[in-house]
Design a protein around this ligand. Structure first.
Ligand SMILES: Nc1ncnc2c1ncn2[C@@H]1O[C@H](COP(=O)(O)OP(=O)(O)O)[C@@H](O)[C@H]1O
Ligand SMILES: [Mg+2]
Length: 115
C-alpha cells in the first residue's frame, strides 16, 4: 500500500539541472538550469527544435546520463546518489520507456515467442 500513488503526488522532480558535453576543446551547453515537476496524473509532451536538449533531458531523467549540476528525484529517491548498478536496478523496477523505431529489436526469437 505504501507504493500507492496519490493523485497529485510529484513523482519526478528535475532540479536546476545543467548538462555540458566536453568535446575536444569545446564545452557544449545542452541544458542550463532546467527544473520541472511531474505529478502522478500528468501527461506531458516535451517539444522543441532539434538540438534543444530533449533527448539529453530524457536520458538524465532515465538515469542514463549524470547531470553536470543539479539533481533528479524520482519518488523521494535522488537517483544520482546511487551507483550505476543501483540505478540500473531502480530503473528496471520503476521506469518504462518506449523508444522510437530505430531502437526496436528485430528478433526471430521475439517474433516466435511473443506474436
Ligand atoms: N553525446 C554528446 N556529445 C556531445 N554533444 C552532445 C551529445 N549529446 C547531445 N549533444 C549536444 O547537446 C545538444 C542537445 O542535444 P539533444 O539533447 O540531442 O537535442 P534534441 O533531442 O532536442 O534534438 C545539441 O547541441 C547536441 O549536439
Ligand atoms: Mg532527440
Amino acid at each position: 500500500m505504501s507504493e500507492e500513488l496519490k493523485k497529485h503526488e510529484v513523482i519526478i522532480s528535475v532540479k536546476d539541472v545543467d548538462k555540458n558535453f566536453i568535446v575536444g576543446k569545446n564545452d557544449i551547453v545542452a541544458l542550463k538550469k532546467v527544473s520541472l515537476d511531474v505529478r502522478a496524473t500528468d501527461f506531458i509532451i516535451l517539444y522543441g527544435p532539434s538540438g534543444c536538449g530533449k533527448s539529453t533531458l530524457f536520458n538524465i531523467i532515465l538515469g542514463l546520463d549524470k547531470p553536470t549540476k543539479g539533481e533528479v528525484v524520482i519518488r523521494d529517491t535522488k537517483i544520482y546518489n546511487m551507483d550505476d548498478d543501483e540505478r540500473s536496478t531502480f530503473r528496471s523496477k520503476k521506469i518504462g520507456m518506449i523508444y522510437q523505431m530505430p531502437y526496436w529489436i528485430k528478433s526471430g526469437l521475439i517474433d516466435k515467442k511473443c506474436w
